[in-house]
Each structure stands twice: as structure tokens, then as C-alpha cells.
Ligand binder design. Structure first.
Ligand SMILES: Nc1ncnc2c1ncn2[C@@H]1O[C@H](COP(=O)(O)OP(=O)(O)OP(=O)(O)O)[C@@H](O)[C@H]1O
Ligand SMILES: [Mg+2]
Length: 314
């Protein structure tokens, strides 16, 4: 449904994105995850026909975004990073205005307005002046506008930015309810958002896609060491030193609490029993021992850190 092939965009001498390629299948909901300045908005602007790529090509619903821009856009609901709402207009009035700008006919538009108001939980705010709405409700108006012309593909640029936790949950719920009947690509720099909302994650960093997979597979793929958390009663400088000397241990790192350590072990080795026995034999007083699962956050950090080294020296 969305296909990008070798997209590259230069702003002057600076490459914002380099050789970005991916596909999003019909009905999929995919996160475009990356830190600030990674190139998320640039990629989305190219997909939605707002700026042309310097190199490469992209299509949406089979229409080339440059050569067949109008037809491609007809299939896209785009929620830009900074939405331009008219604060003095009322919600329904604004949606009517936005629909007319898109060239929608009066009858179709009236039907669609009622539908999106309902779908976005805006029925009771239909006559409210936009400027008086909370940020979360204004965000819903933006989503409603995005859905107005019934596009099969939704491209949402950081749809939950600036919202409080309750509003974030509501907007996520709304987006999830749209998946299935729509193909959704949403950008975010918030990991739990990618993990909770999406089936697949594409990680972009310094303009390049560095990983594409399910949240679970990404976590498994990067897990080169297994980590065990231990906490001992009688802490001393000998504890980390002797733990490090154990066979199969790669590193020992001090954790947040006193007497607590993260022990990284080699792939595939479960050293919990050995570590427990070792600590008991030393008489350090074993208070806690548990495996540490790597979160997508760790994965993201690890992947983006790895990429930063060559990019900085280049
Ligand atoms: N119009 C522009 N002119 C020059 N440079 C630009 C322009 N737009 C973006 N850039 C640069 O391109 C790079 C990618 O920017 P982009 O907005 O795509 O990142 P992003 O991933 O959306 O970041 P954020 O999470 O902060 O929104 C950045 O280094 C940015 O400074
Ligand atoms: Mg952006």
C-alpha cells in the first residue's frame, strides 16, 4: 500500500534522509520510530507529495507520489506534525471548510462530517469553538479532518505529541480502532507508543533505516547478552570483582540500589543457579536474583548508539 524505494532528500548539502526503502502492506499499522531530526517528517512529507525527493521514488495505493501526486493524495489522510486549525471556527464548520477545500460534494461531505464526528468522539463538541477546546480534543479534530475524504492510507506525524497521558491513551485507542480498515503509518519518538500501537516498527536514525521488525523480534535480535540482576546484603568492592571473574560473565554493572548489580552473561547461558551458589558460598547474603528482559527502549538505545559512532566521525 505504501512503497518507498531509495528515498533520499538533500537540504542544500545536508542529507536529511539517505536511501530510505520500505513497504507497508494493506491493513498494516506501522510505527516510524526515531529520535529528533532522524528524518521522520521529511519522509512523510515526501510520501504525501508536499516535497519531492532528491533521489528515489515512492508510491501510495499504486500511485507515484510525484508523477501521480493528486491521485496518490486522494488515497492519503495526512496528519502533519503541526496542524493548522482555525481557532475561531466551530468544529463542524471547520470540517465543512476543510472538506470543501478538498473538493468534496455537499451531500457526501455532510455524511462524512457526521461520521467522523462520531468516530472521533466529537459529537458533543461539534458546535464548540476550536480555540476553546483542550489540546486532546483539538488533536481529535485533526484526526477527524484526516479521515474526512475516507482515505485508505493514514500517515500520522507524531499524533500524540504534546498530550497528557489520558489524552495519549484516547488518541492511541482511536488510532488502533482505525487500523484494519486502514493502512496506518505513524511516526513517534516514544517507544511505548510504537510497542503498544503497532505491529511492526521501522527505526530511523540519522536519515537511515536501521531496523525493521516486530517489537518482539527487535528485542530478540539485539539481545546479545543476557542479564541477571542480583542484590546482596553485604556489599563490598570484592563483590563486583569476583562476580566478573566467574566463567560466562561478560560484565558486571552497578545497579541503582546499594548492593545491586547487573551481570551480563554470554549468549544462551543461564547462569542464575551458578551465580546464586557463588554468592551463597561467599556468604554475601543473597537478597534478590532475577533475569532482566531487554525492553524495546534498550534495543532502540543500543541501535541508535551503534549508528551514532560512524555518523559522527563521517
Ligand atoms: N526545510 C528544511 N530545510 C533544511 N533542513 C531541514 C528542513 N527540514 C528538515 N531539515 C533537516 O532534516 C533533518 C531531518 O528533519 P526531520 O524534520 O525530517 O526530522 P524528524 O525525524 O521529523 O525530527 P522530529 O522528531 O524532531 O520531528 C534534520 O536535520 C533537519 O534539521
Ligand atoms: Mg518530525
Amino acid at each position: 500500500m505504501i512503497r518507498a524505494e531509495g528515498l533520499t532528500k538533500y537540504y542544500g548539502p545536508h542529507a536529511a534522509i539517505i536511501d530510505v526503502s520500505f513497504e507497508v502492506a494493506e491493513g498494516e499499522i506501522v510505527a516510524f520510530l526515531g529520535p529528533n531530526a532522524a528524518g521522520k517528517t521529511t519522509t512523510m512529507r515526501i510520501l504525501t507529495g508536499y516535497i519531492p525527493p532528491t533521489f528515489g521514488r515512492a508510491s501510495v495505493a499504486g500511485f507515484d507520489v510525484v508523477e501521480d501526486s493528486l491521485e496518490a493524495r486522494r488515497h492519503i489522510g495526512y496528519m502533519p506534525e503541526v496542524a493548522a486549525l482555525y481557532p475561531d471556527m466551530r468544529v463542524r464548520q471547520y470540517l465543512r471548510y476543510a472538506g470543501r477545500l478538498q473538493g468534496m460534494g455537499r451531500d457526501e461531505l455532510n455524511d462524512r462530517i457526521e461520521y467522523v464526528l462520531d468516530r472521533c468522539g466529537l459529537d458533543e463538541r461539534a458546535s464548540s469553538i476550536i480555540g476553546t477546546l483542550s489540546l486532546g480534543f483539538r488533536q481529535r479534530v485533526t484526526v477527524a479532518q484526516t479521515l474526512l475524504h475516507d482515505p485508505p492510507v493514514l500517515i500520522l506525524d507524531e499524533p500524540t505529541a504534546g498530550l497528557d497521558p489520558n489524552q495519549i491513551a484516547e488518541v492511541r485507542q482511536l488510532i488502533k480502532s482505525l487500523a484494519g480498515s486502514h493502512t496506518v503509518m505513524l511516526s513517534t519518538h516514544i517507544l511505548p507508543e510504537a510497542q503498544m500501537t503497532c505491529e511492526r516498527v521501522m527505526i530511523i536514525n540519522h536519515g537511515q533505516i536501521i531496523a525493521v521488525d516486530t517489537p518482539d523480534n527487535l528485542t530478540a535480535q539485539i539481545r546479545e547478552v543476557q542479564t541477571v540482576l542480583v542484590r546482596v546484603r553485604d556489599d563490598s568492592e570484592a563483590v563486583p570483582r569476583l562476580l566478573r571473574d566467574m566463567s560466562g560473565v561478560v560484565a558486571v554493572r552497578r545497579a541503582d540500589e546499594p548492593g545491586a548489580y547487573h551481570i551480563d552473561t554470554t549468549v544462551g547461558s543461564d547462569l542464575r543457579a551458578e551465580v546464586a551458589e557463588f554468592i551463597v558460598n561467599k556468604g554475601w547474603g543473597l537478597l534478590e536474583l532475577q533475569p532482566v528482559a531487554m525492553s524495546l527502549e534498550d534495543v532502540f538505545h543500543e541501535l541508535t548508539m551503534v549508528e551514532e559512532v560512524p555518523a559522527k566521525s563521517a
